[in-house]
Structures are given as C-alpha cells and as structure tokens.
Design a binder for this molecule. Sequence first.
Ligand SMILES: NC(=O)c1ccc[n+]([C@@H]2O[C@H](COP(=O)([O-])OP(=O)(O)OC[C@H]3O[C@@H](n4cnc5c(N)ncnc54)[C@H](O)[C@@H]3O)[C@@H](O)[C@H]2O)c1
Length: 386
Amino acid sequence: MSENTLVTYGMIGGGEGAFIGDVHRHAINLDGKAKLTAGCFSRTMANTLATGAALHIEKDRLYETYVDMAKAEASRADGIDFAVIVTPNKSHFPIAKVFLEQGINVVCDKPLTTDFSQAEELAKITKENNLLFAVTYTYSGYATVKHARAMIAAGDIGEIRFVKAEYPQEWLAERIEDSGQKQAAWRLDPAQSGISNCVGDIGSHIENTVAYMSGLKIKRLSARLDNLVEGRLLDDNATILVDYQSGAKGLYWASQIAIGHDNDLSIQIYGSEGTIRWRQEEPNYLEVAYKDKPAMRISRGRDTLKERAESLVRIPAGHPEGYFEALANIYKTYVAALIKKRKGKALNAEDMDFPQPEAGVSGVQFIEKCVESSKKDAAWVDFKES
Ligand SMILES: NC(=O)c1ccc[n+]([C@@H]2O[C@H](COP(=O)([O-])OP(=O)(O)OC[C@H]3O[C@@H](n4cnc5c(N)ncnc54)[C@H](O)[C@@H]3O)[C@@H](O)[C@H]2O)c1
C-alpha cells in the first residue's frame, strides 16, 4: 500500500437523525485520507438506504444488519479497511466483536462496552488478530491536551498533588426523553445505555482526559450517583472522589442537569511546582501558573507547542480549532498507522497515539466501579490494577 493509497471505511450507526456519526464523517474528511464505501447506518433499512444515497455509497454496499456487512466486506477484495461504530453503548460489543473476528480493524465510540469483561475481550481479540482499534475519546485529540500531557510528563508542574475535573451539561435538566428526543431516550434506557447514563456518557470523558493528560492511574474511588430528575432509572449527576496510585487525590463532577453549562469539560491539575488548566469550550488555550511567576496563557497557533502537539496544529492562532479537528487528529493518526502497518513497518509510540482498547477497558472499569461504590453508599472501591 503506497503512502497515497486511499483507505476505505464503513460505518455502523450514524443514519439520518443521528448525532455523532456525521461528526465522525466530517472529521475523517478533514484529512481526505479515508473514504466511506459501506454502511449499515440504522436498524431500519429505509434509513440506511436514504443515508447511503445521500453519501453516494454504492447500493450493494448498504446492509440490513452489521453481521451481513462484516461478512460481505470481509469477503470482498476491495472490502473496507476499518469499521466505525457509532451506535448506542450496549451494541458496541457485539458489533465490534463481529468485525474484529472477520479481521477488520475497528474504531468504536466510547464507552467501549457496557461490561468490563466484554471490554477486555475486545482488547484481547484485537491483539490476537493483530488489528488496530481506536476508541474515540475525542478530547484526547486536542493539540492543547497533548501539549499539557507533554508538559506534565516532562515534570513542568512537578509532582501532581490534586486533580479537579468536571463535565457539566444542562441538556437533561428536564425529561426531554419523554418527548422522544432520540439521544436522550436511549441514554436513559438501561437496555441501550448500560448501568449508567451520566458517568457512562460524560464521566467517562473525564476519566480518559485526566488519565491521558496526567498519566495518573486510579487506585480506588468513592462515588455518589444521583437521579436528580424524578422518575429516571439512571443517573444524571455524579460526584466522585479519586485516589491515584501515585498518592495524588482527585475530585470529579459530571452532570447533565447543570443549567447554564453546554459541554463545559474542565480539567485542573495541581502540581508541586505549578498548575495546568484546560477547558474544552476554549480548547485553543491552556492556562499555566507557576510558583513566584505570573500566570500565562498558552495559545495554539501562536506559541510553539511541544513537538507532537505542534504537529497537529492546522491553522494560525485566532482562527479557532475545535471538536472536529480534535476527532480528526485521532483519525489522522489512526489512518497513518494503518497505512504504515500495511507497508510492513513497525509502529512506534507516536504512531499509536490514538486511544487504545486498554483506555476503553479502563473507562468501562471506571463506570462499573462508580456504580458499585454508589450502591454501597459511596464506599471506597478498589480499581483492578492494569
Ligand atoms: N466521543 C464523543 O465525544 C461522543 C459524543 C456523542 C456520542 N458519543 C457516543 O456515540 C454513540 C452514539 O451516540 P449518538 O448520540 O450519536 O446516538 P444517536 O442516537 O444519535 O445515533 C445512534 C445511531 O445508531 C443507529 N443504530 C442503533 N443500533 C444500530 C444497529 N444495530 N445497527 C446499525 N445502526 C444502529 C441508530 O439508528 C442511529 O443512527 C454512543 O455510544 C455515544 O456514547 C460519543
């Protein structure tokens, strides 16, 4: 496969009326290195056909079920190189498994699965079949997040003492799930969402972004999950205390009833020499404070970032990069790794700088441990060491 060979992919989910599938397609298109050639965009064939027609996909590559799609694509000489899974949480495992078993690489949205042993199984099959698997924890794709990660790894803010991270949203402050709002309806339905709504949906982003940025590993946690809007079967707010293996401490808050907040993920990492603060709603900047020095604001595009982060800066300062670019950075790295691997070259750590299945496994463990702790009245529960 030459450097310029177009990689092809198929999508499961992301039909007309869906949210994140279209974001994935735009993010992939930003770099123009992969082409959508197959799909099972919905559980309804009419939607798959309509979505496929709008996206100019050949009719014989539009499938009624993801099982048909995996089998048919695996048997074609020009079959897809990777499958993108953007369906509700509970279906991630069976869909990912069938593609991996057919020898097809997978990109799957978070949370990886709704069960820890299933997440471990996907990681195992990926390794056994020598495939590449990315879990799209979008925020790890921001150049500023990568810069913070490199700063922390280099010891810029000293030893980490405390992490305060929150992800407040307001969109579930009322029972919009009753009015048929599709994204709310499945997230609050345990049959489709799994054992948690709020922690699974956005607490998982906190867990991953903190882990990626700081390198900290959770030792144990104490969580209280609340159903603050009456009548819900799953949580819409969560407060979580964390102890890390290093001895550092953390406090996480995830909420979908926080009126006045859109997608206000914010991470503050306090070290012995300084503090780093990053906000997803202003992702072009990173605030840094050191002892005895004026605080500073690092600007993507204006200030030179650490090497890996700088390599992902696309446009000059003041022209904002955002959510699409962050996801595009994950795909850019993933597709480049696929091409390099096809050419028989070894992949290094930078080539593999996209969220690995192990990050997905850790995320699922986080969700399960939060639910377990909350059921025991916020008792401390230990993390299984990885
Ligand atoms: N990384 C992020 O920042 C981010 C953001 C939003 C959502 N997500 C994740 O993406 C996933 C989808 O979320 P969404 O908000 O786009 O949901 P959505 O309801 O908008 O879309 C889900 C799509 O999956 C389709 N679908 C369901 N079952 C299917 C099946 N068996 N075969 C084929 N298609 C099927 C539905 O028809 C729909 O088109 C969830 O796991 C969610 O956690 C991630």
